[in-house]
Design a protein around this ligand. Structure first.
Ligand code: FE2
Ligand code: FE2
Length: 282
């Protein structure tokens, strides 16, 4: 099959698959337009912003902001992988718009609260662009779609945790920003889950093999590219931290459930992969 397939071949696009992806996108976009649009300038209570942001909280916001700042790399990498599929392609472009709002609102929070100066923001941007570029962790559209489902769900869980933390600390403006972002992230996860379901119907074994690959090699995007990562990581672990157990309970298992496969399916796919990787012993 074409580029969403494991081999990344450039076969002509399968009509049934193309139409199903188009339907997934339409559903996603319709729901976004009707129930999820928000305005960075009008919907966030900027007038209630507090100027006493604890440094740990500022560091979390800044780190999220930096991770979101790799947007050009995410968009170009993602678009290249799904190029022949209108549904996935339009999703990626719309996704880029939504993610840019995340970065913008977080950045505005840092500036308007006084937690960071204009100079500090520009300095961070310069460091980001002087550093390494982000490149996709996986080589096919199908693998990156599976990755997207898990990664967006993980990001959703991060932002929900941070929303609760901001509320506890009485930072209502920031809690509202995190709330809007979290709603977007979970919608992104749902889109990718829908696509994975379509891909499972189309090629169950190949898709399960890719789920096994992504499970084995999963890591969150770009955190290791962000400047001063070592200093951030301690704070991030403590505040945004997600241990293994939480990752499985709140992220990985819910994604498997949403795409309608069991843990055993993944375990078996992993075992199959290991057998295939070993030279036959006869
Ligand atoms: Fe985001
Ligand atoms: Fe997202």
């Amino acid at each position: 099959m074409a580029m969403l397939g494991h081999e990344g071949e450039r076969d002509p696009v399968d009509t049934r698959l193309a139409l199903k992806l188009y339907e997934e996108y339409k559903t996603f976009f319709k729901n976004a337009e009707r129930t999820r649009r928000w305005n960075v300038f009008d919907d966030i209570p900027w007038d209630k912003i507090r100027k006493d942001v604890p440094e740990e909280l500022a560091l979390v916001v800044e780190t999220f902001c930096a991770v979101e700042a790799y947007l050009p790399d995410y968009v170009s990498g993602g678009l290249a992988l799904v190029r022949p599929y209108m549904g996935s392609l339009w999703f990626q472009t719309n996704w880029g718009y939504e993610e840019s709002k995340h970065a913008l609102s977080l950045q505005e929070f840092l500036l308007q609260s006084g937690a960071r100066t204009d100079e500090q923001m520009v300095d961070l941007q310069n460091k980001l662009w002087a550093g390494q570029r982000w490149t996709p962790l996986f080589q096919t559209g199908r693998q990156m779609t599976i990755y997207g489902a898990i990664q967006e769900q993980a990001t959703f869980v991060f932002y929900v945790r941070q929303r609760e933390r901001a509320k506890e600390l009485g930072h209502e403006t920031l809690a509202t920003i995190f709330d809007f972002i979290a709603r977007d992230e979970v919608a992104h996860a749902h889109f990718y889950e829908g696509v994975v379901k379509v891909l499972l119907e189309q090629d169950r074994e190949g898709t399960l093999r890719d789920i096994a690959t992504v499970t084995r090699d999963f890591k969150m995007p770009a955190y290791d590219l962000v400047p001063d990562y070592d200093e951030r990581v301690l704070v991030m672990r403590e505040l945004a931290g997600m241990d293994r157990d939480m990752f499985f309970q709140k992220v990985y298992f819910p994604v498997l459930k949403a795409i309608g496969i069991g843990r055993n399916d993944v375990v078996q796919a992993m075992a199959r992969q290991r057998r295939e990787a070993q030279p036959s012993a006869e």
